[in-house]
Write a protein that binds this ligand. Structure first.
Ligand code: F6P
Ligand code: MN
Length: 335
């Protein structure tokens, strides 16, 4: 089986980008180790701090954020980073060519119940941002998802897996527990166009917009409804786990617009959750949309900006979008 390094060479990924991907992969091995030690290492539980989005930070959110930050500072290829756990962008190396956006531990509410968590990352060029050369500001990061050079996630599950795209399909690697190498176990992940499985937090049903209400109601009607087939539901409560299932066996995952808190109509973050996942999903033959706009085409306005997400099996995403009609004028402002 190919190692990750061999795979990057076989795909002719340039040396500096390969080095950065290997640094992220190596750090994820250390994160996997920390996560597995759990209560034995005293890393479970919350801190008294909140992140910029007002969420209480878990100890592991901070530990994993620091691990990634330290590794990226040592790497030499990184100009700057943006993280779910950092209020502002962080300047790394003057001569770095890349910007890295990451969610160091997605699904961290799952930590204390020993359930799925993962790291999500997105790599952008440092040169293409709107900021003047030599100056790193938040605007340097505000590039659409189409500008991503690579993206992926590492899932800390029963086995540790890395899903990666450099724009040449999606490859899945499994961490060998004895040799500590990521080995290629699926050379071409592919999302089936049709599915009978959906993932949504049903407890928010009364807060969704009318199109999503109707779409899910029709799925629930099964064979006697307009879709004329039965659907099953899964919800892992970690985007990384739900997207991994979609990449593995198809499905539709959505965290739609809701009016539970009118100041926060969307849950997932564009730069380090929606964009990298949308890149992977499109590379595996699926689709990713907000309901109104293709995720990878969004021009970001803020590094911590949130968006609605509907992604997965192409025909099912299209079915969902058909409920959203063509009047996009009512879309709430993103913040
Ligand atoms: O990062 C946000 C996140 O943890 C996602 O990984 C996940 O899909 C979602 O929040 C879970 O939200 P909820 O609390 O509604 O289940
Ligand atoms: Mn997250």
């Amino acid at each position: 089986m190919q190692t990750l390094a061999q795979h990057l060479t076989s795909q002719a990924v340039n040396d500096s980008l390969s080095q950065l991907i290997l640094t992220l992969a190596d750090t994820s091995k250390a994160i996997s180790h920390a996560v597995r030690h759990g209560a034995l290492a005293g890393v479970l539980g919350a801190t008294e701090q909140e992140n910029v989005q007002g969420e209480t930070q878990k100890k592991l959110d901070i530990i994993t954020n620091d691990m990634l930050k330290d590794a990226l500072k040592a790497d030499g290829t990184v100009r700057g980073l943006a993280s779910e756990e950092e209020d502002h962008v962080v300047e790394v190396s003057q001569n770095g060519q890349y910007l890295v956006c990451f969610d160091p531990l997605d699904g961290s509410s799952n930590i204390d119940i020993n359930s799925l968590v993962g790291t999500i990352f997105s790599i952008l060029p440092a040169t293409k941002g709107p900021a003047p050369a030599g100056v790193l500001t938040e605007t340097s990061f505000l590039q659409s998802g189409r500008a991503q050079l690579a993206a992926g996630y590492v899932l800390y599950g029963p086995s540790t897996m890395l899903a990666l795209t450099t724009g040449q399909g999606v490859q899945l690697f499994t961490l060998h527990p004895e040799t500590n190498e990521f080995l290629l176990t699926n050379a071409a992940m592919s999302i089936s166009p049709d599915t009978q499985e959906f993932a949504i937090n049903m407890s928010n049903q009364r807060f969704w917009e009318a199109p999503m209400q109707t779409y899910i109601a029709d799925l629930l009607l099964g064979k006697i409804g307009p879709r004329e087939k039965s659907f099953n539901m899964r919800w892992i409560a970690a985007m990384v786990g739900d997207v991994h299932r979609v990449l593995s066996r198809g499905g539709i995952f959505t965290y739609p617009t809701d009016n539970k808190d009118p100041k926060k109509p969307y849950k997932l973050r564009l730069m380090y959750e929606a964009n990298p996942m949308a890149f992977l999903v499109e590379q595996a033959g699926g689709k990713a949309s907000t309901g109104y706009e293709t995720i990878l085409d969004i021009q970001p306005t803020h590094i911590h900006q949130r968006v609605a997400v509907i992604l997965g099996s192409s025909n099912e995403v299209d079915a969902c979008l058909s409920y959203h009609g063509i009047d996009y004028s009512e879309e709430p402002n993103i913040e």
